[in-house]
Design a protein around this ligand. Structure first.
Ligand code: MRU
Length: 343
């Protein structure tokens, strides 16, 4: 099954990622509000998946709408889009998907019912395109991996963060499918533990060898020459930087220090060439995420907490970006904007 699916009776089915790896709970969502809540609370997470989920949230709005004319339905879609835009600010795919559907809706000629059908079809297209992009990223990226490589990855940029297959883990999967022996070092990714809970879960299910380390161990494993390549995903790629899960920047700096290639795997829906890093809001989440581990408070009452969910890695630390069109090396990064314009 895909990580997110549309059922024709008007239901979005997805997996509750907060319960993994211990419990597989499927969510059946029927309203935009339900999808927005699932995104905010991170039952649904991962930038490309947020794009597909937001698209399907608009599809639900359209599917259940009682609007009599096109104008009224567009107003409902705009209200739903506003709610979605307020869920998580950093990953660009959500905004990209919402804008893509609204732009099409504004220029659509036809009845409210026809417009609703178009919105549902466009959402399905966005999801299908993500699945195809991940396979292509895998194919391109697999050339960069050699038999026997150990790949370090951070957070979860796998099937669970996308519609299927994954970006960074898609590259690993494609290399394994080509017959290469690849093993993975997964960082636990404090505070939400996407690496420990989700990346290890996905790879174990696929039979790909994975070793879990805490975030504090990255420097040591590189010093011990236990890592051949780093591959991470991205939440937004801007003109000067890759914005990804908190902790990515320190891994990139350490990789450079140790002469280890640092690759970013992401679909073009993650590119935002109109902005630079200072213009992107970095989400700050609740202090409780840092203060509690496994439901138990670990710090004294009253302590100050800073909990940014993402950080900024300047492009000078990035060896190459793998997207569905191919591999962009350092010298090609200025063409990011041209690539995105072609979308
Ligand atoms: O806070 P999350 O779990 O939504 O963050 C996810 C990440 O940072 C991923 O690395 C990124 O979305 C790329 S996933 C293909």
């Amino acid at each position: 099954m895909r990580t997110i699916e549309w059922r024709e009776e008007g239901t979005v089915v997805t997996i509750n990622q907060l319960k993994l790896p211990h419990e597989t709970e499927f969510l059946e969502l029927r309203t935009c509000d339900e999808v927005a809540e699932a995104i905010k609370t991170m039952k649904i997470r991962g930038a490309p998946l947020l794009g597909a989920a937001a698209a399907y949230a608009l599809a639900l709005t359209a599917h259940y709408s009682k609007a009599k004319d096109k104008k009224a339905l567009i107003r409902e879609l705009e209200a739903a889009a506003e709610k979605l835009r307020k869920t998580r600010p950093t990953g660009v795919n959500l905004f990209w998907a919402v804008d893509r559907i609204l732009d099409k809706a504004h220029t659509f000629n036809g009845s409210a019912r026809e417009l609703a059908a178009m919105v549902v079809e466009e959402a399905k297209k966005i999801a299908d395109e993500d699945a195809m992009a991940n396979r292509a990223i895998g194919r391109h990226g697999a050339q960069l991996l050699e038999d026997g490589d150990v790949v370090l990855t951070h957070c979860n940029a796998g099937a669970l963060a996308t519609v299927e297959y994954g970006t960074a883990l898609g590259v690993v999967r494609a290399a394994v499918e080509q017959g290469k022996k690849i093993s993975v070092i997964a960082t636990e990714t404090r505070p939400k533990l996407q690496g420990a809970r989700l990346t290890t879960y996905e790879l174990k299910r696929d039979g790909i060898p994975v070793m879990l380390i805490s975030d504090t161990m990255v420097g040591y494993v590189m010093y011990r020459r236990m890592v051949d390549k780093v591959i991470v995903g991205a939440d937004r790629i801007v003109r000067d930087a890759v914005i990804n899960k908190i902790g990515t920047y320190q891994i990139a700096v350490l990789a450079k220090e140790h002469g280890i290639p640092f690759y970013v795997a992401a679909p073009k829906s993650t590119f935002d060439p109109t902005r630079t890093s200072t213009e992107v809001p970095i989400e700050e989440r609740s202090p409780e995420e840092v203060l509690y581990v496994g439901g138990e408070r670990i710090a004294p009452e009253g302590v100050a907490v800073f909990n940014p969910a993402f950080d900024i890695t300047p492009l000078k630390y990035v060896t190459a970006i793998i997207c569905e069109d191919g591999i962009l090396y350092k010298g090609d990064f200025s063409s990011l904007s041209r690539t995105a314009e072609k979308q």
